[in-house]
Design a protein around this ligand. Structure first.
Ligand SMILES: Cc1cc2nc3c(=O)[nH]c(=O)nc-3n(C[C@H](O)[C@H](O)[C@H](O)COP(=O)(O)OP(=O)(O)OC[C@H]3O[C@@H](n4cnc5c(N)ncnc54)[C@H](O)[C@@H]3O)c2cc1C
Length: 516
């Protein structure tokens, strides 16, 4: 009979958080095994050659980085760089009075051109001033709150006191963000551009505090809230984390789907689908908490559904726009489509009642304008570009009836929504494979569940929580603890997890080390 393999800690799940947790523990001298269900590492942080004929390695799922603290990069010594985009966003719109096509271009740092764009849209300087004021306040809160993400959790009262920005705290944590946005801004389009950060991967109306939580995580990352382009694509992060984990002695076991977890007074025993057995003092579960609950035979934690379509495209060139702006400017930042405040609210109501929203709200981003290294030099020289489309308010329930037909319908709706603003329909600039197929791949929330184990396609594994202890979580110290003293959450579903941050992995490792 084979003997069980014995470790100090077993990490289940080789997404970026599992790798971060394993690397921290091994560097602290622990004997660590990491068990990953699939044949490759990365989970939602992978690069893939989605269109095999073309040497383009797209960030297949997650694509921009904001939440990863510099401290984790430095502690682990990973060679991973993110690049600033000079443009924050572009939002095309049709002028109500004369039907002309125009757009709101916002630079990363406030400048004269941005001020003029606000003036042209709203007819006054007031909205631009409101924008600067609002984001100035949030930037200060981001700077003060970010370090707490890698420390033990604090109570709401204590953290609020330490941050010492009571007004900003109130409107971000306590008052519905929709109400705040309506109060601070008067233009429907500007209000919508602000609101989008509360709705990424989150199926909620503007006045639901769930939108506040999502909004907060989108604006405090690494103390700046800036969304940056991962150099070399998202897979580079995983390659580097794997390198440091292996160097620290982590044993990485692929194709090892964990199907049994038993816990006793002295530790845990783990069984895989292929019949391997492992034992350890501690187990760090870096997949979704719903999967842990299933394996343990416990009730599933409550969760909002995932709510986004992800569409990856390779283009032979960028499409021209009806507004006449240079596409290299328009697509340099986040390109918002049909995301005015009223359109976002209408789309939510429509999806909630089971219909695909018309004028589907979308965000697009072009990786290759900032970092062409994900393309072969030949494709780059020929002018090829990548485009990533993230469709909002497309909850998993929209796809349940007939997954393939529904996915085709939502993809069509997304393309029609985008094409409203293009002079060249997007189909006309997609790269074409030799068999005539177009270089476009779509992932519905149900695909995300079957491909990478995100329950109902929820990109944060489950509902985001505020980064402090409030009415829930009184038993938490690092945000990773579970009801079993040998089992920790180390993935996005831990408190303060969610997004490409490594925070959940770091904090779970610290919780284990604190119990030595
Ligand atoms: C389409 C999409 C776009 C996104 N865009 C962004 C973005 O631009 N920026 C951003 O910050 N965030 C983004 N996110 C969110 C972000 O990618 C995730 O929140 C984050 O990557 C989660 O990382 P993780 O390591 O916690 O978990 P995951 O990446 O989900 O990895 C979990 C791993 O556990 C493995 N696993 C699960 N169950 C078992 C088991 N029983 N046994 C063994 N292994 C198991 C899985 O195979 C997987 O490899 C996006 C997500 C998606 C899906």
């Amino acid at each position: 009979m084979a003997l069980d393999k014995k470790y100090d800690a077993i990490v289940v799940g080789g997404g970026h958080n599992g790798l971060v947790a394993a690397a921290y523990l091994a560097r602290a001298g622990k004997k660590v095994a990491l068990l990953e269900a699939e044949g490759e590492l990365g989970g939602a942080t992978t690069s893939a050659r989605s269109f095999p004929e073309f040497d383009a390695r797209l960030s297949r799922y997650s694509y921009l980085v904001s939440l990863l603290p510099d401290q984790i990069v430095a502690d682990l010594g990973i060679n991973f760089k993110t690049l600033e985009r000079s443009i924050a966003s572009y939002t095309p719109y049709t002028n109500q009075s004369n039907g002309a096509h125009s757009g709101l271009l916002i630079s990363q740092n406030w400048d004269q051109r941005t001020a003029e764009n606000f003036q042209e849209l709203t007819g006054s300087a007031a909205e631009g001033a409101a924008w600067q004021h609002f984001y100035g306040e949030i930037a200060e809160l981001a700077r003060r709150i970010a370090p707490s993400m890698l420390q033990p959790l604090k109570s709401a009262v204590k953290l609020k006191e330490e941050i010492a920005l009571p007004q900003t705290w109130k409107y971000l944590m306590e008052q519905p963000i929709g109400e705040v946005i309506r109060d601070r801004f008067s233009d429907d389009l500007v209000r919508g551009v602000v609101l989008t950060d509360g709705l990424i991967g989150t199926f909620a109306p503007a006045d639901d505090l769930q939108a506040n939580r999502c909004f907060l995580y989108h604006l405090i990352g690494n103390g700046t809230g800036q969304w940056r382009v991962p150099q070399g694509g998202m897979g580079t992060l995983v390659i580097e984390l794997r390198r440091v984990a292996l160097a620290a002695g982590v044993e990485i076991l692929l194709n090892s789907r964990v199907t049994e977890i038993d816990s006793g007074a002295n530790g845990v025993s783990v069984g895989t689908k292929s019949g391997e057995k492992y034992i350890a003092r501690d187990l760090l579960f870096a997949g979704a908490p719903q999967i842990l609950a299933q394996i343990r035979g416990e009730g599933k934690p409550s969760s909002l559904e995932g709510s986004q379509m992800k569409i990856n495209m390779l283009l032979s060139r960028l499409p021209r726009l009806k507004s006449g702006i240079d596409p290299r400017l328009a697509f340099a930042g986040t390109f918002h489509v049909n995301e005015s405040y009223s359109q976002l609210e209408a789309a939510y109501q429509s999806a909630k009642s089971g219909s695909i929203p018309s004028d589907l709200p979308l965000e697009l981003y072009c990786h290759t304008l900032t970092d062409p290294t994900i393309l072969s030099p030949e494709l780059s020289a020929q002018g090829y570009q990548t485009l990533t489309l993230f469709g909002l308010h497309t909850p998993a329930a929209l796809f349940d009836k007939s997954p393939d037909v529904d996915k085709a319908a939502v993809t069509k709706a997304a393309i029609e929504s985008f094409n409203q603003y293009l002079l060249d329909p997007i189909e006309s600039v997609l790269a074409i494979s030799q068999d005539g197929s177009l270089a476009i791949e779509a992932k519905s929330p149900l695909d995300l569940e079957s491909d990478i184990g995100l329950p109902r396609g929820n990109i944060f594994h489950r509902d985001l929580d505020f980064p402090f202890i409030d009415t829930s979580g009184a038993n938490l110290i690092w945000g990773s603890e579970t009801s079993d003293k040998h089992i920790y959450l180390a993935g996005a579903g831990a408190r303060r997890g969610g997004g490409v941050s490594g925070i959940a992995g770091h904090n779970a490792a610290m919780a284990v080390l604190a119990n030595d």
